[in-house]
Design a binder for this molecule. Structure first.
Ligand code: HEM
Length: 489
């Protein structure tokens, strides 16, 4: 046979195979959801926005509808543009759309120990249940004394050195999470732990951010031999894996050793309770193994630190930029708490305006503006469309929280929007419906976060006036809000 005929035959066989495959995956031949037209092979790769993506996606949703379909180098991506659509997929069709994307770095870094990265299923459910046991609404009350002590430490540090407020806030929130996880009460141990964990979080964030490593767009580069020029990223990822394993084992083992020597934290914490229960002859079956206990303790910092810090920095910015809101909150604290003690978490129900400041912060600045991506578990049909297996699903939380139909003047910071006659108005949408994610995977650390941020807000407002910095001529600098475009903004 002539070579051209051979190629033509080969082409026909390939086309027939791929049509058959397509039919199997999409038997009713349903269309994909609409979206901007892309290039062959590359798809929409060069149309994917790099900064404040949520604003571009909001525009696309207006143009194409509440499901916008994109493809980047063959990877399908679905952007959900309304809260109703998101709730429908994440709650009513939870079993299909609650997996996590498979990250290319998983070739080098063992992510199987973190239920935040696991696919939906029995193992995820089991580990999440252990975590929830220590961080549910009622359980976090036991950590209030830790938070109140750390809030006082923060006020001291800020009095001495207010310029470094970002570092102080980061360290305070990190210490709260570490003490809740492992129960080390001394400042130096926590400082070391927070520093190590921060290095891990920032290297990890860098490792997964699209564009930083070519490998994320072309995972097959992971097959290059180590000596190949440019393949040094492989060693960097392996080092990161080592760091991750160390973070999971070292503080947990230190708590185990302390307990053996009779050194016990004065405050309740996850590791101590889990170790006690594992040693008990009647270990409750919900715990499972020591490995689960280690993994669950190690996850709190990795998931909880950057997120709460982002929220706290936005809070400080919003107060500095909105002196009237700040004054109203301070007046409430003066009236309810007085001047001879600091606010405590038990004051919250009598401080609705301060609580509204915290709520408004979570709406006004979306900490996770596109949610934490999900993936579809199988090829599926939804609302007349075909959704391929493994599609990354993003939820435009920022757009839901800045919808002028739902929140009047959404770019303005207005805590009073939630209040009516001094109480929460049930007719106003609570930002909690979106700020912490959706459905069965909703953030299990939200109660800890809400309590810590409330206390931080009340403590800062009770003691300080928060004002913009001054320029060289002594005039206040005009503040400009510039959120970063990372997964955690
Ligand atoms: C302002 C603070 C926080 C925000 C805005 C936030 C937001 C989120 C979001 C959007 C998700 C994804 C949920 C989904 O898939 O729909 C998530 C998941 C998660 N968060 Fe948070 N979070 C915060 C604080 C915390 C804290 C303090 C902890 C731990 C103590 C924590 C632990 C987790 C974990 C373990 C997951 C994974 C849940 C799963 O995959 O089942 N978060 N968070």
């Amino acid at each position: 046979m002539h070579p051209a005929a051979l190629v033509a035959c080969g082409g026909l066989v390939w086309a027939a195979k791929s049509i058959a495959e397509q039919r199997k995956r999409n038997p009713r031949g349903l269309p994909l959801p609409p979206g901007p037209r892309g290039l062959p092979v590359l798809g929409n790769l060069f149309q994917l926005p790099q900064a404040e993506q949520w604003k571009v996606y909001q525009e696309w949703s207006k143009q194409y509808g509440d499901m916008v379909y994109l493809e980047a180098m063959g990877q399908p991506i679905l952007i959900l543009g309304t809260l109703d659509r998101t709730e429908d997929l994440m709650e009513k069709h939870a079993t299909m759309y609650s997996d996590r994307p498979t990250l290319p770095v998983g070739q080098f870094i063992d992510l199987s120990n973190s239920f935040a990265m696991m696919n939906y299923g029995p193992e995820w459910r089991h580990d999440r249940r252990v975590f929830h046991q220590y961080l549910n609404h009622n359980a976090v009350v036991q950590y209030h004394p830790i938070m109140e002590q750390e809030a006082v430490n923060l006020l001291r540090r800020l009095t001495e050195n207010p310029e470094n407020f970002r570092d102080h806030v980061r360290f305070t929130l990190g210490s709260i999470i570490m003490r809740v996880s492992y129960g080390f009460d001394d400042v130096e141990t926590n400082k070391r732990l927070v520093t190590d964990a921060e290095a891990l979080v920032s290297s990890f964030t860098e490792a997964i951010v699209p564009g930083r490593y070519l490998f994320n767009s072309f995972p097959s580069l992971g097959l290059l031999p180590d000596w190949f020029p440019g393949a040094d990223f492989k060693q960097r990822f392996r080092d990161l894996d080592k760091m991750n394993r160390h973070m999971l084992s070292s503080p947990f083992e230190a708590t185990q050793n302390n307990l053996k020597e009779g050194v016990r934290s004065a405050y309740p914490n996850m590791a101590t309770d889990l170790i006690d229960k594992l040693q008990d002859d009647n270990t409750p079956s919900w715990i499972g193994s020591e490995t689960v206990a280690r993994n669950v303790c190690g996850l709190a910092y990795l998931t909880g630190a950057d997120t709460t810090v982002s929220s706290a920095w936005a809070l400080v910015f919003a107060l500095a930029a909105n002196p009237e809101a700040q004054k109203a909150a301070q007046e409430e604290i003066d009236r309810v708490v007085g001047n001879d003690r600091l606010p405590q978490l038990s004051d919250r129900e009598h401080l609705p305006y301060v609580a509204a400041v915290v709520k408004e912060t979570s709406r006004w600045h979306s900490v996770v503006p596109l949610g934490l991506s999900r993936a579809s578990a199988e090829d599926s049909e939804y609302n007349g469309y075909s959704i391929p297996k493994g599609t990354y699903i993003m939820m435009n939380t920022w757009a839901f929280m800045h919808d002028p139909e739902v929140f009047e003047n959404p770019m303005e910071f207005r805590p009073e929007r939630y209040l009516k006659d001094g109480e929460f108005n049930p007719n106003v949408l609570d930002p909690e419906v979106a700020a912490f994610g959706y459905g069965r995977r909703i953030c299990p650390g939200r109660h800890l976060s809400n309590d810590a941020i409330f206390l931080l807000a009340a403590s800062l407002l009770a003691v300080f006036d928060i004002t913009p910095p001054k320029d060289e001529s002594g005039k206040p600098v005009k503040l400009e809000f510039r959120p970063s475009s990372d997964v955690v903004s």
